[in-house]
Design a protein around this ligand. Sequence first.
Ligand code: SAH
Length: 350
Amino acid sequence: MNNTMETTGLKDLRSLTSTEMQILAENLGQKKYRGRQLFSWVHKGTISFREMSDLPEVFISSLFDSYTIGRPSLIRHQKSKDGTEKFLFGLGDGNAVESVLMRYKYGNTVCVSSQAGCRMGCAFCASGINGLARNLTAGEIVSQVLEIELATGERVSRIVVMGTGEPFDNYDNLLKFINIIHDPLGKNISMRNITVSTCGLVPKILKFADDLPETGLAVSLHAPNDELRRKIMPVAKSYSLDQLIPACREYAKKTSRRITFEYALIAGVNDGDKELKELAQLLRGMLCHVNIISLNEVNETGLKSAGRRRAEEFKDYLNEHGVPATVRRSLGQDISGACGQLRLETGANS
Ligand code: SAH
């Protein structure tokens, strides 16, 4: 049951698009629509071939030889007092990833991880502390959604790719994941209900505007000038604001979608009046929205939150200067499930 590609040599059906399953069916001597039926079973959360009652025996037994439904194990499941739940999933090769279920009035949102670890090295974030272990397969990202539905018995209606990892550093698998989870034969999650967050890999922002123009995009900004941004986000050494901001404008123009800029307030680092003025200036006139986040403190970084009051001041100033801004509600803090707190299992969360 817990077999995955890595350990068994079997291919994970959760990694295949419906088109790939139709080709697979044909290759095994079946009609195309059998592939569509198979896709529907997999994304209903079916975990055993035996339950696939409308598929011919011969198709199922031919699948058996080379394919599996790759399930991660559930290593740990924590519940916050605000209703948020955090899941630590074990992958076939010994790596682990975290996912978070958030309950809102309008439905359940799952925050998925895109990589085991991360190589972006942002100064304030827990996910990069041990570097990158590896990219997740599309199936391993899909599994986070399916397994949370199986564990809770509740439907997931929105997805944010804001867990561990830099999604644009695992671009092909990210795209495949979104196409699978959006497929009307499966979970049918609308593109508009999926948001991807990037630390700012400029070429991929432009490519994403072409590939998936209806999906939401959030960009982690956290500093209004290059000097400061380079200090806290190494990616800024590769892509300056002179490149990032025009790419975001281009994205907004191409997609007519409002980009969300994330700005986590770090006491004494990016929370001054100078930075606030620069931020308003930088984003003026752009189709965007700023999400002010109260930094979630991560012990190892030594960085401190600037506090809720300062976050409100930032929000008010930006709004008064024509840049729409809100303060993000931080869910799951008591289970280290909030932004920037997800990490590979190191014992630090126990
Ligand atoms: N790599 C992607 C997505 C992962 S993090 C990215 O950088 O956008 C999701 C969001 O949480 C990002 O905006 C990230 O900068 C932010 N974040 C990271 N550490 C944080 C912390 N300690 N407190 C608050 N937000 C944090």
